[in-house]
Design a protein around this ligand. Structure first.
Ligand SMILES: [Zn+2]
Length: 275
């Protein structure tokens, strides 16, 4: 099983807050955890965060992690025309590429219009991680995209669920298992009026959950390898990485979605917009 740990470096719980406590307080907790467990990750920065917190970008790079692009302002690409979409990408990359070569991208809210995929290719992006296997958009993805696609496997709040729900859910996911978190989840937002799925078990409890997830992967079906998004760059045209089998046909997925007996096996557990 290959695991890809990713972190979306953005304002706190967008679009509900416009503070940066996660960047300021959560990043170092994540870096320390990843360092202690010896796992690499990919950190998708918005251009604005990288511009405002260059020392944090450097800390991430110094720790051996990859930096990727998460747009410039965290505006959903569905709200942008082609010119606006191109500007979000080029503005962000102009900042991020001052630090390192950037080849990986993830759209805010894991929603990226398929008609904008060539904007990524034109700007030297080789890996797009904007698809989510548990969202309907995955079913209608472009067959021959101009960039490789590395879909996300589960939404971040799943990792904060109790182990008896989380473990079987994660255990049913296919390789590569692409997980993501946000630094603001490691700041205590429990006593705010944020949506429940955004705020529950935030702070140190979230960090404990993430440690349990990373150190608890089941090795009985083979070794566990932690990878970064850029590790999936290979020659040739675009393709969606991961299982291409009939398991993901529209019919089978929709019928699985409503499986009452084993709901964790559906890959369709999504808690909403905090992505
Ligand atoms: Zn985001």
């Amino acid at each position: 099983m290959d695991i890809v740990l990713t972190v979306d470096m953005e304002p706190d719980c967008p679009p509900f807050l416009n503070t940066f406590k996660g960047i300021e307080q959560g990043t170092e907790k994540l870096l320390s955890l990843f360092g202690r467990l010896g796992v690499p990750a990919t950190f998708f920065f918005t251009g604005m965060v990288a511009q405002a917190y260059p020392h944090i970008v450097k800390q991430v790079l110094d720790a051996g992690h990859e930096i990727g692009c998460h747009g410039d302002s965290h505006t959903p690409f569905t709200q942008l025309d082609r010119h606006g979409a191109a500007k979000e990408i080029t503005d962000s990359l102009a900042v991020l590429r001052r630090f390192e070569r950037v080849v990986s991208f993830r759209a805010p809210n894991l929603v990226f219009p398929e008609i904008y995929l060539n904007l990524l290719a034109e700007n030297g992006i080789l890996i797009d991680s904007s698809l989510a296997r548990y969202k309907m958009g995955y079913l209608f993805r472009t067959k021959n995209p101009p960039v490789k696609r590395l879909p996300v496997s589960a939404t971040s709040s799943v990792l904060r669920l109790p182990g008896w729900i989380r473990t079987p859910y994660l255990g049913a996911l296919s390789s590569p298992m692409v997980l993501f978190v946000h630094p603001w989840e490691f700041v205590d937002f429990r006593h705010t009026n944020l949506r429940l799925d955004c705020r529950f078990k935030t702070g140190d409890m979230a960090l404990d959950c993430l440690e349990q997830v990373i150190s608890g992967f089941d090795k009985k079906n083979g070794p566990i390898t932690f990878k970064q998004a850029r590790d999936y760059i290979t020659p040739g045209g675009g393709k969606t990485i991961g299982p291409q089998s009939d398991r993901f046909s529209l019919k089978s997925r929709l019928s699985k979605r409503y499986s009452k007996d084993e709901p964790w096996k559906t890959d369709m557990l999504s808690t909403g917009v905090c992505e």
